[in-house]
Ligand binder design. Structure first.
Ligand SMILES: *Cc1c(COP(=O)(O)O)cnc(C)c1O
Length: 368
């Protein structure tokens, strides 16, 4: 493989295929699969990944916001796209681009019904809150919801869903089981309310891994698993690495004892040391919390801790013990350390690190 010559996020499509097949293998062949490609496909490249996943046969896509759905339509995606968190100001665009809104409150339901008053059976999705307390109707709302939807032909309920708040943490199994029970109650009280049967769905990636027998319903929604993370060492090992962030050494400095490195003298050399400057900073998604020795990058297989404060466009690492030169390749995260391991050095998680890799970083698609 050719050497990286600039900061690059490599996106490995065969690894996505492996992860997709792994997740599909956990569910019944009849269960539909919704691929979550919100936030630039977790910081990677939503159009390219969605096109790839559409060919692999996913049934549905999900994004968080309307613009993300429009970008997928503009890229040629024809499968249904659920917008998880649409805002009323975008309802006309939602309809123009044939996106499908998640409706989570009476206010958004009313506004959408008005926006869709010239439509025929426009697909909508009802989001229920079963414990996350973030977005969603509650079970008590059902009578009023069905009253509003009865005797109108402008929209139809394509699906009913909720979201688990702790599916990755088996210490919180009781909480999750209560959410599952609550969703089953919602499903039971919605039965017979609509002229057709909507799809029901609850599980995210960790839900698929931990609760697939008790709560699979008609569809599952997976994001992080497709990108290679199972939120648990045992599951992580089954997934393949999709995203690798690489960079290069821009310059090497020899620092005399007593001299400082970076803004605000973030590090003061207590002995002679050698540093490498890397063209990657907090504007690229590697925040200041990784500085001051918390995280390291890997150069020629050696761990090189970040010294001092991460700058906007650069960071400096300690290469005192490493034979290296300007232009040499730097691995930030990938197979080892994984993005999850790198994130953990600053007390955060894979989701935050990868979704935060900014659009300034060049993406490179690896196809084989
Ligand atoms: C982001 C999101 C998902 C995907 O979760 P993963 O843990 O990445 O699989 C599923 N459902 C909803 C409602 C989400 O917001």
């Amino acid at each position: 493989m050719t050497h990286t010559r600039e900061t690059t996020l490599e996106i490995n499509l065969p690894a996505i295929k492996h992860n997709y097949n792994l997740l599909k293998g956990k569910i019944k062949p009849t269960t539909k699969f919704m691929a979550v490609v919100k936030a630039y496909a977790y910081g990677s490249d939503a159009p390219k990944i969605a096109i790839f996943l559409e060919k692999l046969g996913v049934d549905y896509f999900a994004v968080a916001y309307t613009d993300e759905g429009i970008a997928l339509r503009n890229a040629g995606i024809t499968k249904p796209i659920l917008v998880l968190h649409p805002l009323p100001v975008h309802f006309n665009e939602i309809i123009n681009y044939r996106l499908e809104p998640s409706l989570y409150s009476f206010n958004v339901l009313e506004v959408f019904l008005e926006a869709a008053k010239n439509e025929k059976e426009y697909p909508i999705h009802l989001k229920f809150n079963t414990g996350l307390n973030r977005l969603g109707f509650v079970k008590m709302d059902i009578a009023l919801i069905s009253g509003k939807l009865l005797h109108q032909k402008n929209v139809y309920v394509a699906s009913v869903f909720s979201h688990l708040g702790a599916s990755e943490d088996l210490n919180e199994k009781d909480f999750t089981m209560r959410q599952i029970l609550s969703f089953k109650e919602i499903k039971a009280s919605l039965a017979e309310k609509f002229s057709h049967k909507p799809l029901y769905h609850l599980l995210n990636t960790s839900g698929i891994l931990n609760y697939t027998t008790s709560a699979q319903f008609d569809m599952v929604r997976s994001g992080i698993g497709l990108y290679g993370f199972g939120n648990d060492a045992q599951y992580d090992a089954l997934f393949k690495t999709v995203l690798s962030l690489k960079s290069v050494i821009s310059q090497i400095h020899n620092i005399a004892p007593g001299n400082s490195i970076g803004y605000n003298q973030g590090h003061i050399a207590d002995k002679a040391m050698k540093t490498a400057t890397i063209p990657l900073g907090h504007a690229d998604g590697i925040g200041r919390q990784y500085g001051k020795g918390k995280a390291h990058v890997t150069i020629h297989g050696h761990k090189c801790p970040i010294v001092g404060n991460v700058c906007m466009d650069m960071l400096m690492v300690d290469v005192s013990e490493v034979q290296c030169k300007e232009g040499d390749e730097v691995l930030v995260f990938g197979k080892s350390p994984t993005a999850g391991e790198f994130a953990a050095t600053a007390g955060t998680i894979s989701y935050e690190l990868i979704a935060g890799i900014s659009q300034r970083v060049r993406r490179k698609i690896i196809t084989h």
